[in-house]
Design a protein around this ligand. Structure first.
Ligand SMILES: *[C@@H]1O[C@H](CO)[C@@H](O)[C@H](O)[C@H]1NC(C)=O
Length: 948
């Protein structure tokens, strides 16, 4: 009985470590270096098994009575046939092959099928079926063989290997079906370059190898005489496998050494990895060791069946709890699957004579299962699956209220006196910078609708308050002769720049100087470094930024009147840590070329510790990540636009945008340098500045809203795309969009919010719809074009994969989709706002005006994952009478909300004419440079504009 208890405890360990592992594997830094990780994990588990063998006294199956003697007596009823000699080397080779298969599958994970692993118990049951020996019928419940028919049935159930096999088929298949409920991401498996059937074949091979390894290891381990020798054998197997696994690792490393040499290491990468390897190694060790100990009194089938059952039930619950949302559109299916799994497992428990599971008696488990199904059914039918209002309706209404509120908040001050008071109020009591009165006058002259709200400036400059002035100037010196950086000098009220060569870069500086000249006489003397490239370049780890911001808030916010005295001395300690010798650091941290993987790692380092992006790689590109969109979405739709620009809560975004999936071919600075850039993502620390673009590609047009056809249009030049990495081809935002509407496969599905009924009684409901079916009625026109000859390999790849279309003007369409390039935001956003079209924006970048434009008021926001693209556009265009007029076998009666679209296009145009003009850029620039002039001044703490 004690034996039984401890083996149940081992079962608990086995199950717990498995569930923990499958949960924590969602995000991992281990995936970055799969071969190295495999080697380390095997070594750690081998070591742990050895350590465990030293403590074998306390582990189950240890005292002599159960060892050889017991085995002979047959009380160890599951003793398999003796293992053959070649088993050990075989196991080791198979482990290595298995790891390589896994590696290959995860490389093209988007083409894999979910749930194939659920068939592992089935393979083990099949093995048992074919090697069946009547060893496990020694049950005391079988005495009365000729009792009632019920008893007959029971005894048949408990002795027939067919029943065992059948029950395993049932619940394995049930768990496999669960994979169907998982919503796919738009990261696609190409019909042209990928071989999805090969990947699925490999998955099957993988499961098969798993089964073979498990059976062989079981036979080897069960013939070990004591627990100690069993663990020693296990340890030897694992260590030998780790050695064998180090071979492919070394080989690939030798071939890839080009990537590694010639690079300064980046700061901060690596510590996370070690931590992850250790943690995961210990969990895997627990899993393997408890698995090995379980061979004492069962075949491998039971523990693996229990684990499969549990994870199946948990996943079913998860789906049942999502019933009625866009995540789970069917009520019936998850309940049916839960029932299949439960029935299968119940029969299994009888057929394999499993009398208790994790300390719980079988009868009670059956009771729990029945109760569980009942409760789930009740829960599911009580869920509300209809929506009375379309969520976009609410979003537009709320957006409007929010935009009014924002504008009121941004334009409180009508007089200088009020503006000063308002400034102090919003800046923790700090005075406005000197010459604030001149700025105020300028802003009023230019009719700036915004006087009080410049949050972006505040945010960008704040960390520099925590940095010594000398160090900021040192930073400028470093930037002065870096490639792609222009310097604007303001001296004696005149602005000038230093550029000579490149015409488009000179254009940017010329324009900036001409804007600054209007107010240069009010600016202190200074030089600023302008990033002439499209991409942002200052990416400081979060920890450093945190120190700067802490130092800034401690020293410079005027919390107490007596601050002037305490400041000079008060902060030097905190400041010294981060104000060390900058020059050496900065030069060593400037990287001329950053491969995509490192680039992503560096960006995650800019996220606060504990945030989802920081805690590891999101490797599962196949499935949609619901938790990633949760913070910024309302159901399916994008609700909080500013929040959606922050990559820290959405680790999956690093696979889904060309900015992240392509290498960074510019110098990147890990030190806080004072670099002014046109655009950046939230992770970067460049200071945003309004710069005029040299290349506006969109011709304005003045067709009326009513004259434009109801089409949603996007076109991109194939030459702007880099498909250097496999990730960029399958996950790049433009590639995904075009694939989604032109090349969706038959099995792709999307959760659509569809209308039910018409007129006043109409309601909405999420339904699973085939992407191909719903593409047809929606007027999407997304394509790639090629301005030049399509001759290079890259362009030809694009042509084969997506096809090419002739160019046509975007603004002729009612809806204009705006996507980022790989380097920056869409160049034509302002032009589109100014036209009579509705901008449909999907972006990860910010510019100086980003805080001014409001989602659902000035433009329609689309999540970068495009999972709600169809539902959102169907709201505006309607489905009634479009295409065949039918979807999911039902006539669609929802009318388009043309008025809403028109309203958004008007709001956008009016606002762009008012707040996004060149004059507004100047007002922004003036204020930015006043703030900047103060923060670099040696006397910055005393400087301020005080009304007299
Ligand atoms: C994708 O669709 C485009 C346009 O319909 C077509 O030209 C192209 O061949 C398709 N690509 C594949 C791989 O089927």
């Amino acid at each position: 009985m004690a034996q039984d208890g401890s083996s149940q405890l081992t079962n608990v360990c086995f199950l717990a470590s498995f569930l923990w592992l499958s949960h924590s594997l969602q995000r991992h830094s281990l995936i970055d270096q799969p071969r190295l990780s495999a080697f380390l994990l095997l070594s750690i588990s081998g070591g742990a098994a050895f350590v465990a063998s030293l403590f074998s006294k306390w582990l189950p199956g240890t005292d002599g009575r159960f060892d050889s003697e017991a085995a002979l007596k047959g009380s160890q009823s599951f003793l398999p046939q003796r293992p053959r000699r070649f088993y050990l080397p075989c196991i080791i080779v198979l482990i290595v092959v298995r790891l390589e298969v896994l590696h290959r599958v995860s490389y093209d994970f988007q083409c894999s099928t979910e749930g194939i692993e659920a068939f592992l118990p089935l393979l083990l049951a099949a093995y048992r079926f074919f090697t069946h020996r009547a060893v496990f019928v020694a049950s005391d419940e079988l005495e009365d063989m000729w009792g009632s028919p019920l008893e007959d049935l029971k005894s048949w159930l408990m002795s027939s290997p067919i029943v065992l096999l059948f029950s395993t088929v049932l619940f394995s298949y049930g768990v496999f079906l669960l994979g169907d409920f998982t919503q796919g991401s738009t990261y696609f498996c190409s019909a042209f370059t990928d071989q999805s059937s090969y990947i699925i074949f490999l998955q099957w091979i993988g499961v098969f190898i798993d089964a073979v390894v498990i059976v062989m290891a079981w036979r080897v381990l069960s013939w070990a005489r004591t627990t100690k020798s069993r663990l020693r054998t296990l340890s030897a197997i694992l260590l030998a496998a780790s050695l064998a696994a180090s071979v492919p690792w070394t080989v690939t490393r030798l071939f890839n050494h080009r990537q590694i040499i010639g690079h300064h290491p980046f700061r901060g990468i690596g510590s996370l990895y070690i931590f992850d390897v250790l943690g995961t190694g210990l969990i895997i060790a627990t899993l393997i060791i408890s698995g090995a100990l379980l061979t004492y009194d069962s075949t491998p089938l039971e523990p693996i069946a229990i684990v499969t059952f549990f994870s199946g039930v948990l996943t079913s619950f998860h789906h049942i709890l999502s019933i009625g949302t866009y995540k789970q559109t069917s009520i019936f299916k998850p309940l049916a699957v839960l029932t299949i799994i439960s029935v299968g497992f119940t029969i299994f428990m009888y057929a394999s004579n499993l009398r208790s599971v994790l300390f719980v008696r079988r009868a009670f488990i059956v009771f729990l299962i029945v109760w569980m199904i009942g409760a789930s059914t009740l829960y599911a039918y009580l869920q509300k699956t209809y929506l009375r209002r379309h969520p976009v309706d609410d979003l537009i209404y709320n957006g409007r209220v929010e935009a009014d509120r924002w504008l009121r908040h941004a334009s409180v001050s009508t007089t200088l006196k009020l503006a000063v008071a308002e400034y102090k109020e919003r800046h923790h009591g700090r005075d406005p910078p000197p010459n604030f009165d001149k700025w105020f006058e300028f802003a009023q002259q230019q009719n700036s609708p915004i006087i009080d709200k410049f949050d972006r400036i505040e945010k960008d400059i704040l960390p520099f308050w925590g940095m010594k002035q000398q160090k900021i100037r040192d930073g400028l010196e470093i930037l002065k002769d870096r490639p792609g950086v222009g310097i604007i000098k303001i001296a004696d009220g005149e602005a000038s720049h230093n550029s000579h060569s490149d015409s488009s870069q000179k254009f940017i500086l010329d324009e900036a100087v001409s804007m600054i000249s209007k107010f240069a006489k009010h600016l202190p003397d200074m030089s600023i470094a302008i990033n002439l490239e499209e991409r942002p370049r200052v990416l400081v780890p979060w920890d450093d930024m945190y120190k700067f911001k802490m130092a800034a808030t401690r020293s410079d916010f005027q919390l107490f009147p007596s601050r002037l005295h305490s400041r000079e001395t008060g902060n030097s300690v905190a400041m010294d840590n981060i104000n060390g010798p900058l020059k050496i650091q900065a030069e060593s941290s400037a990287q001329p070329y950053v491969p995509a993987k490192e680039f992503r790692q560096l960006q995650t380092l800019a996220c606060p510790p504990g945030s989802p992006s920081r805690s590891g790689v999101h490797w599962n590109v196949r499935d949609f990540c619901h938790s990633c969109i949760l913070p910024h979405s309302q159901e399916q739709f994008l609700q909080d636009w500013p929040m959606s620009l922050d990559p820290c809560h959405q680790a999956d975004i690093f696979n889904l945008h060309d900015f992240f999936t392509t290498p960074h071919r510019l110098e990147l600075y890990q030190d806080l340098l004072p670099l002014f850039s046109r655009s950046k993502t939230e992770s970067f620390n460049d200071i945003l500045i309004p710069l005029v673009r040299p290349d506006i590609t969109v011709e304005p047009n003045d067709l009326d809203f009513a004259q434009k056809p109801t089409t949603v249009f996007w076109q991109g030049d194939a030459h702007d795309l880099q498909t250097v990495t496999s990730q960029a081809l399958h996950g790049g935002h433009r590639h995904r969009l075009v694939h989604l509407v032109n090349n969706a496969s038959v099995t792709d599905k999307v959760s659509m919010l569809l209308g039910v009924g018409a007129g006043s009684s109409s309601r909405f409901r999420y339904e699973d719809t085939r992407v191909r079916d719903v593409n047809e009625p929606l007027p999407f026109q997304f394509s790639f074009t090629s301005a030049d000859e399509c001759e290079d390999a890259n362009c030809q790849l694009i042509r084969n994969e997506f096809g090419l279309q002739p160019r046509s003007p975007a603004l002729d369409n009612r809806f204009v989709m705006l996507l980022d390039s790989a380097d920056g935001p869409p160049a034509s956003l302002v032009t589109t706002l100014l036209s009579n079209s509705v901008p449909v924006l999907s972006s990860v970048f910010q510019e100086w005006y980003t805080e001014r434009i409001m989602a659902w008021v000035h433009f329609v926001p689309i999540d970068i994952r495009f999972h709600a693209l169809h539902s959102t556009m169907a709201y505006f265009t309607g489905l009634k009478g479009r295409g065949t007029g039918k979807l999911n076998g039902r006539e669609q009666l929802t009318e388009g909300r043309r008025e809403d679209a028109k309203w958004i296009s008007e709001q956008g145009r009016k606002w762009a004419k008012k707040a996004l003009r060149r004059e507004d850029m100047e007002v922004y620039m003036f204020r930015l440079l006043l703030e900047w002039g103060r923060v670099v001044d040696d006397e910055r703490d005393k400087l301020g504009f005080v009304i007299s």
